[in-house]
Design a protein around this ligand. Structure first.
Ligand SMILES: O=C(O)C1=C[C@@H](OP(=O)(O)O)[C@@H](O)[C@H](O)C1
Ligand SMILES: C=C(OP(=O)(O)O)C(=O)O
Length: 450
């Protein structure tokens, strides 16, 4: 199991003001799209080429698992990745446990794939992943015919025995989760008949876009109540693709907020994915008065992309519409940091899902921001933040550091708070950053050196 569980190996660091962020940077590839390009490439017949794959630990866990189930996945000298697929239905029995590390997306989507193949797989993960709920995918995948033996509470480690004769499902999502939606759709790939997912609240649609791109017969209908009805024809034959992965808006988010709150900043972040199911943070920050300009909007690999020019701005607190939560679900920790520098009060609601991410992101951010001198109040489903109006937060005491609980987004959000603070912010462990954004610290150095 991952060495991340061992406190003796933690890598602490203090992030302090280093002046304005300037020049141009480019963030790595989108994590959600990277996972899916490996998985679908591994199920196509032939060779898929992926340009701009995120080489973060989470995606590498997906790649290792797909290799263990028979596909060949190799990095080329030019940085492209080649995935030789085994074909839908062709996954092999893995010889050992599949180590998912810190990655919820790998775990839930791969459980879906295994559920409709006649193989058995054991999923293990680090201390954070082993606390996260898997019942939300066990329930629908059991209806497909897979059998599960999980730790109490539906947690990892768990064993999936895939169904030899999978049954197509019509499933209405009880929780707004792209991972659950994708798990059911991926199970549908090797299931005869039509698998239907009904999504009352839209979540990121990369699975739908990419399944279509790989040649699956997938349609989306909007019901009279606004729900999305997604239908996938099973026993699909996927055709290999050449995929270019756009930059990850969830990674760009840290630099957007840093440039807004560090005085004098003027930063261009190139090639940021702006799929509407992902990009709500940028709209919310604009409503708060943030200067975020889109330059050269274009299409990359079937996804909208632009360069973002971000200038330091006086922010004003707002009441964030809970309807936007699914389109910025991973960005709330860093939004809280922006709000802590705004004039007035920011109110967020409808964030229950944040409590079951890599950490409980409401409580952990409340404790972290309090330690850094912010005025924050935790509620059952959100956070209320009373901002400084632009005055730097004091930062954490010299001998104190924020507890990140194996959560990359907490570490990076509080690093951003450090860049805008009077005395710096200590982070207990920076290692989890490598799960989604291995070059984060390098890019801070680049942007603050310009
Ligand atoms: O499908 C995906 O790639 C993801 C879906 C979201 O999780 P949920 O489905 O649990 O909301 C998100 O938080 C995660 O970072 C990536
Ligand atoms: C929640 C996240 O990822 P995952 O669920 O894949 O661990 C995230 O990246 O913020």
């Amino acid at each position: 199991m991952s060495s991340h569980s061992d406190p003796a190996l933690m890598r602490p660091r203090r992030f302090s003001a280093q002046g304005p962020l300037k020049g141009r940077i480019r963030v790595p590839g989108d994590k959600s799209i990277s996972h899916r390009s490996i998985m679908l490439g591994a199920l196509a017949v032939g060779e898929t080429r992926v340009t701009g794959l995120l080489e973060g630990e989470d995606v590498l866990s997906t790649a290792a698992a797909m290799r263990a189930m028979g596909s060949t996945i190799e990095r080329q000298a030019n940085g492209d990745w080649l995935v030789a697929g085994v074909g839908v239905g062709g996954l092999l029995q893995p010889a050992g446990a599949l180590d998912m590390g810190n990655s919820g997306t790998s775990t839930r989507l791969l459980m879906g794939l295994v559920a409709s193949h006649p193989i058995t797989a054991c999923f293990v993960g680090d201390g954070s992943l082993s606390k996260r709920p898997m019942g939300r995918v066990i329930d629908p995948l059991s209806q497909v015919g897979a059998r599960f033996t999980a730790y109490p509470g539906g947690r990892l480690p768990l064993i999936v025995e895939g169904a030899a004769t999978p049954v197509p499902l019509s499933y209405r999502l009880p929780v707004a989760s792209a991972q659950v939606k994708s798990a059911v759709l991926l199970a549908g790939l090797n299931t005869p008949g039509i698998t239907t997912v009904i999504e009352p609240i839209p979540t990121r649609d990369h699975s739908e876009r990419m399944l279509k791109g790989f040649g699956a017969n997938l349609s989306v209908e909007i019901a009279s109540d606004g729900a999305r009805i997604i239908r996938l024809v099973g026993e699909a034959e996927l055709k290999p693709q050449a995929i270019t992965v756009p930059g990850d808006p969830s990674s760009a988010a840290f630099f957007v907020v840093a440039a807004l709150i560090v005085p004098g900043s003027d930063l261009v972040i190139e090639n940021v994915g702006l799929n509407p199911t992902r990009a709500a943070l940028f709209d919310v920050l604009r409503l708060m008065g943030g200067s975020i300009e889109e330059i050269d909007r274009r299409d990359v690999g079937g996804e909208p992309v632009a360069d973002l020019r971000v200038r330091a701005s006086a922010l004003t607190g707002i009441d964030v519409d809970p309807a936007v939560v699914p389109s910025m679900v991973d960005e709330f920790p860093v939004l809280f940091v922006a709000a802590a520098h705004a004039q007035g009060r920011t109110i967020t609601r409808g964030l229950e899902e944040l409590r079951v991410k890599e950490s409980d992101r409401i409580t952990v951010m409340r404790v972290a921001l309090e330690l850094a001198g912010a005025r924050v109040t935790e509620t059952e489903d959100g956070m209320i933040i009373d901002g400084t109006g632009g005055t730097p937060l004091p930062g954490t005491p010299a001998d104190a550091s924020v507890a990140t609980h194996l959560d990359h987004r907490i570490a990076m959000s509080m690093a951003v708070a450090g860049l805008a603070s009077a005395n710096g912010v200590g982070i207990d462990d920076t290692r989890p950053i490598a799960t989604s954004f291995p070059v984060f610290e390098q890019l801070i150095a680049t942007a603050t050196a310009a």
